[in-house]
Design a binder for this molecule. Structure first.
Ligand code: ATP
Length: 357
């Protein structure tokens, strides 16, 4: 994997619904950020997603992972359209890519930007990151339906939690906490679940011994949901299973102003495969095509991409331009209570990038 030179090779998958809109808002900003630091963005656009599924029977080609391995990172918009079953696109594209590239960790930063209204009071200064295990737990797809069609259908969904996978996510979370404020909260449910989550507790406590500068706290997921609303500023890095991380990150997004504000990175901790950077939100068919999509989640995902490839200054420029644009309510999209369009907010960010010294 490259990324250390000045050229950054990015596979761009706009996808469906608002995906192409937020991606179109993001790519020029990343280009401007890299240009300002003597870099350049080389984009390979891929038409993977719902449209491709309808014409070719698969959301992405069989050699998708190889195509992506030829790049430094993937910027992904969203998939999902009303006329294609969700699982064909979610499993056929994004989960498929995560599995084939073994993108074991999902990093979801949540930061409240000054001037952005939120439905929760007193969020100024919220700055936390959820590290979500990305491959196991309740989402592993193990199970079946017994007695199907008899009227006594029995759904079986088996959660898997393995030591190596927990260790891998834990090392990533401790390292990240060490680079931040040194506080890690492990989120489990070991009072009610007897095997998987107690294993998480044990393994993460063992890993903690290698990170003496990081304080480890273990919090039950229900208590964490309440704390996230009542005292979100007490949180730095959270480590959670696939299911709990998924739920908590939607909750955490509310602290930053909603789904339009939440970026994410799917990464392989040893960095031996390109990461997939994507907004947490889906294709939002209810607003697709109206120009109402907030591009910030995608812009901040792009900033994560730049940072992970070593372009820290360019990433900081993107974040600063986003923060500055959001400080003016005239640039707020409808989800933030404003009337700016995706393109308005995108140009406000781009103008600030271009004016940066
Ligand atoms: P999917 O099945 O693809 O996840 P969904 O509609 O269930 O689609 P989201 O796409 O995440 O889930 O949308 C949830 C809600 O958040 C919708 O009301 C949508 O309009 C809103 N939303 C999502 N993304 C954005 C965005 N970028 N800007 C503004 N609102 C958004």
């Amino acid at each position: 994997m490259g990324g250390n030179g000045r050229g950054v090779r990015v596979a761009v998958i706009p996808g469906d619904g608002v995906g192409p809109e937020v991606v179109a808002a993001t790519v020029p900003v990343l280009e401007a950020a890299l240009r300002a630091h003597d870099g350049c963005l080389q984009v390979t656009e891929l038409d993977w997603g719902g449209e491709r599924f309808l014409t070719e029977g698969a959301a992405m080609p069989a050699d998708a992972a190889d195509i992506v391995r030829g790049t430094d990172a993937v910027l992904f918009g969203a998939v999902g359209r009303p006329d294609v079953p969700d699982h064909e696109l979610v499993w056929g594209l994004i989960i498929g890519l995560r599995q084939q590239l073994d993108l074991a960790v999902n990093v979801r930063p949540v930061r409240a930007f000054p001037g952005v209204p939120t439905k929760v009071r007193d969020t100024d200064g919220v700055d936390l990151v959820i590290v979500r295990e990305n491959t196991e737990g309740e989402y592993v797809g193990a199970g079946g339906v017994a007695h199907a069609g008899t009227g006594n259908d029995l759904g079986i969904e088996v959660a898997l939690h393995s030591r190596g996978v927990i260790e891998r996510a834990a090392h990533h979370a401790f390292t990240l906490a060490g680079q931040r404020r040194g506080q890690l909260c492990l989120v489990t449910k070991s009072n009610a679940m007897r095997y998987g989550y107690p294993l998480w507790d044990r393994v993460v406590r063992e890993v903690a011994e290698q990170y003496p500068d990081v304080t480890l706290e273990t919090v039950l997921v229900d208590a964490m949901a309440a704390r996230m609303i009542q005292n979100p500023k007490s949180l730095d890095v959270l480590l959670a299973s696939n299911l709990f991380g998924d739920i908590l990150s939607d909750l955490a997004a509310v602290l930053a102003g909603g789904m339009g504000m939440a970026p994410s990175a799917n990464i392989r901790p040893d960095r031996s495969a390109p990461g997939v950077y994507e907004p947490v939100h889906g294709s939002a068919p209810d607003i697709a095509g109206t120009g109402a999509a907030n591009p910030v989640a995608c812009l901040l995902s792009g900033a994560l991409l730049l940072e992970d490839l070593g372009h820290r200054a360019a990433a900081e420029d993107v974040r600063a331009a986003v923060a500055d644009a959001l400080a003016d309510p005239a640039n707020h999209t409808p989800d933030l209570g404003g009337s700016a369009t995706t393109a308005d907010l995108a140009s406000a960010v781009l103008n600030r990038m271009e004016k940066r010294p």
